[in-house]
Design a protein around this ligand. Sequence first.
Ligand SMILES: Cc1cc2nc3c(=O)[nH]c(=O)nc-3n(C[C@H](O)[C@H](O)[C@H](O)COP(=O)(O)O)c2cc1C
Length: 510
Amino acid sequence: MNTTRSEIIPNILDMLAYHRETAHTYDSVRRGGGLVWATKPWDFKVYQSLPEVALPNPSSLLEADAWEVLRGELPVGVPVAIDLPTLAALLGVSWNLTRENVYGETIWYTRSYPSAGGLYPLELYLVARGIAGLEDGVYHYSLHKFVLTRLFSGDFNELVISQCGGTWPEKPDLIGIVTNVFWRSAWKYHSRAYRYCFLDAGHAVANLVLTAHGLGLRPYLIHVFDDQVISRLLCLDDKLEAPCLVVPIFGQRPFPGPASKSGSAEPTSHVLASDLDTYQDTAYPLIDQARRITSLTGQEVRETAARWTGHAGSSDHGSPAALASGARRGRLDDFRKIPLAKALWQRRSHRQYIQRPISRETVKQLLDAVRYALVSDTPLEAGPGLSVIVQQVTGLTPGIYRFDGSWHEVVTGDFRDATVKVCLEQGFTRRAAFVLFWHTPLTRLTAAYGPRIYRAIHLAAGVMGEKAYLAAEVLGWGACGIGAFYDQEAQELLQLEDEEVVYALTVGPV
Ligand SMILES: Cc1cc2nc3c(=O)[nH]c(=O)nc-3n(C[C@H](O)[C@H](O)[C@H](O)COP(=O)(O)O)c2cc1C
C-alpha cells in the first residue's frame, strides 16, 4: 500500500464522518508526504483488442451562443435526431483534449473540463440504440484517440433505464454513463479524493449537458441507480472504478430503425482487459467506506427514488432548465457573443488576475446563470448554497455575502488575507475580484434523502463551478476551482452554522 498517511483509519458510519475525517487541517496538510511519481496513474483508459469506431471530425464549430446556452435561453427548436456526426460533435466539443503540455520527457494533456490536480479520474461510456451510423451496443469513449471502443453489441438501453429510479415514459436512444477511477485522484489527494471525483464529474457533466443543449438534445442527470448492475454491465473492475452518474440523452428518431437483438438482462461480470490493471494502489479505506455507504442496489434504489421524488427540480426529462424569468434581465454588453465550442476549448484555470473594475450587475447576471440547476433527479434543496467573498466589485462593499438571486450581507470588511489563509495559503486568491464558496447542511440532507445525496451535492457544486468557468470565459475573465481549503476555518470565516463547505472558486478579470 502506497498511502503516505500513517494514521489509523477509523470506521466511519455516515458521510458526515467521512467529510470530517477528510477535512484539511493544519496538521493533515503537513502530514501528506510527497508524490510518488513512479506510480502516477495514466489518465486514459485503453482497452486491448476490442473493435473501435472512429468518430468523424465535426464538420463545423458548434455555433450556439455560449451565454444563451448558459442561461438556458436557446430558442426551442425541432428536436434533432442523434446520428454519428451529432454524437461526434457532442463528444468532440464537450470532452476534448485542449492542450498538449511537455515537461522534459513527460507529455500531458489538459481537457475542455478542469480537474483537481489535472488528474482526470473520469471515464465515459455510452449505451446506444437506433443511432444512424452506429451499431447498437455499449461503448467506451476514448477521448485521446477520438474513437468509441465497442464492449458489446445489442440493445441495452431498456436494461440501463430499468436500473434507474423513477418512471420513464420516454426511452432514450443514447445513455451516457460517467465512471470514476478513484485511484487517479487518490494518488495525490488520498482519502479526500472521493469528494474531488464528484466535483470533477460535475464540471465534466456540465460540459456534456450544455453542449447537448447547444445541439438541440435533451439530457437528464440520474444519481439514483443500481451501482452493481451498471458496474457489471460495463465490466468495471470494482476495486478501481465505479459508475457515478447515468445521463440519458433524448433526441428524436427520424424513423424507426430495424430492432436489434435485446442485450442480455444478466450482464456479464468479467473485467475486460484494459490498462487499468497496471495501477498499483487501490487501498484507501475511507474511500472504500464512502463508496459502500453511498452505494445503492436492489430495493434501496426504489426506496431512495421514492424519497427523492417530488423534490426534484423538474419532472420533464431533459428539457433545458432556464433561468427564472425574474433573474433573466437584458443581456449586458460585457457578455460577449462567442460560440459555446470556443468557450469550452479556450477554458482553462486562471490565477493571474488583474485589477479592472467590474460591476455588481455583471456579477449578479453571472451568478444567476451559475446557480440554476440542470434537470436531474436531485431534490432542489440539495443544490448547495452560495457565499461570495467580494474583493473588488464596483457597487458592492468588500465583505462576505450570501447570494440566492439577491445579495445578503453577512459582514463587510477586507477578507483577502483570511481567504488566502483558508485556501491553504494559495496567494492568487487575493487578486481575484470575488471568491465563491458552496456549502450545504450535510446532516439534515443526508437524514432526509439518505447518504447517496452526498454524491449529488458535490456533483451539483462541480456543475455550478463549470458554469462559472464558462461564464468567465464569455466575459473575457478567468476562473479557478479551489478544492484545497481548511474546512473548519472556511466554515468559521463564512459564519456558517450547521453547514459544511464543499467547494470554492475564484473569478476575476485576467
Ligand atoms: C475540483 C477542482 C479542484 C481544484 N482545486 C484547485 C486548487 O485548490 N488550486 C488550484 O490552483 N487549482 C485547482 N484546480 C484547478 C486544476 O488545477 C486545473 O483544472 C487543472 O490543473 C487543469 O488545468 P486547466 O483547468 O487549466 O485545464 C481545481 C480544479 C477542480 C476541478
